[in-house]
Design a protein around this ligand. Structure first.
Ligand code: PBG
Length: 325
């Protein structure tokens, strides 16, 4: 029987009631904060399209990591934009490359912080694609997988607490798992960008990571935004290949996918609230068109409610402040 017996507003009538019947809780414990590392010293170069976010040299990235760790953020995700870019992605394959330097410096300075390392080739290739490109312009999947596994091993050796392949090549999780195990890193988890869509919401990130493709697009490896069943196939395959956590990316436009993945697997599900999702809120807030805090908290709550256990978000340091208020 419905109204007048049932009045759902009864448990909405005060802050105290709302607090008690709340189903979803945001916590810093589930947040990961991305850092963009560039060459040099003392560099803090603002990313125009991402207010509040800067490209940081290793020393500045260490300072930033210290700050967010002190605020209670448990993990960072490292992206590097090395100066040297070539067809082979030599900078990523260099065991002493920029990302490896950043990982070990942050790990030394902040042992209490988990350092996740994004594993991809796009920041180090001159063509900006996530894998090796054949003379005919196609992506060489299996050669890319070999390089990516090697890059993952480099980052594990540098001290990364987790490696996160974001390239979307087929078979890279298994290859990385096998190489890590063979080299004594059987305890390093793999966070797989399992269902990563070819999204327009990565636009601002490509400025931050200097990783826009020089020709073509990423649609032959990243997923078609129209597909959800395929996302489940990708996720289940990565689980079989040995992923420890699986990711859906972007988050906001793919809440249905997050929910389906949450229901299909028993691993932790990570959602990536990407650069474009962040910048939209920032830009509207700067114009006074939206309440930044309320909008950010609402999107993060929605992502959690959809089923994400962990959220990678550029709002992490602000969330620390908002939750402490
Ligand atoms: C690179 C990578 C991208 C992002 C994370 N890793 C960009 C891309 O695939 O073009 C996007 C993150 C964001 O937009 O915040 N493989």
């Amino acid at each position: 029987m419905g109204f007048p017996l049932h009045r759902p507003r009864r448990t909405r009538q005060s802050d105290l009631w709302r607090r008690m019947v709340r189903e979803t809780h945001l916590s810093l414990d589930s947040c990961i904060y991305p850092l963009f590392v560039v060459p040099g010293r003392g560099v803090r170069h603002r990313v125009e399209s991402m207010p509040g976010i800067s490209q940081l040299s290793v020393d500045e990235a260490v300072a930033e990591a210290r700050e967010v760790a002190a605020a209670g953020v448990p993990a960072v995700l490292i992206f590097a934009a090395p100066a040297q870019k070539d067809a082979k992605a030599s900078a990523a394959l260099d065991p002493k490359g920029l990302a490896a330097q950043a990982i070990s410096a942050i790990k030394d300075a902040c042992p209490q912080l988990l350092v996740w390392a994004d594993v991809c080739l796009c920041g180090s290739t001159d063509h900006g694609h996530c894998g090796h490109v054949l003379p005919n312009g196609r992506i060489d999947n299996d050669a890319s997988v070999e390089s990516l596994a090697q890059v993952g091993l480099n980052y594990a050796r540098a001290g990364a607490d987790a490696v996160a392949p974001s390239d979307m090549m087929d078979g890279r999780v298994l290859a990385m798992r096998q190489l890590l195990d063979r080299e004594g890193f059987e305890t390093t988890p793999i966070v797989s960008y399992a269902a990563k869509y070819a999204s327009s919401f990565y636009g601002p990130f490509r400025e931050a990571a200097e990783s826009a493709p020089a020709f073509g697009d990423r649609r032959s490896y990243q997923m078609d935004p129209a597909n959800a069943r395929e996302a489940l196939r990708e996720v289940l395959q990565d689980v079989e290949e040995g992923a420890d956590l699986v990711m859906v990316k972007p988050a906001g436009p793919y809440l249905d996918v997050i929910r389906q993945v949450r229901d299909a697997v028993h691993l932790p599900v990570v959602a990536y609230q990407v650069s474009g999702e962040y910048s939209l809120i920032k830009a509207a807030a700067e114009r006074g068109w939206i309440d930044e805090r309320a909008a950010a908290l609402e999107t993060l709550t929605g992502i959690k409610r959809a089923g994400a256990d962990l959220i990678i978000t550029y709002f992490a340091p602000q969330l620390a402040k908002w939750l402490a208020e």
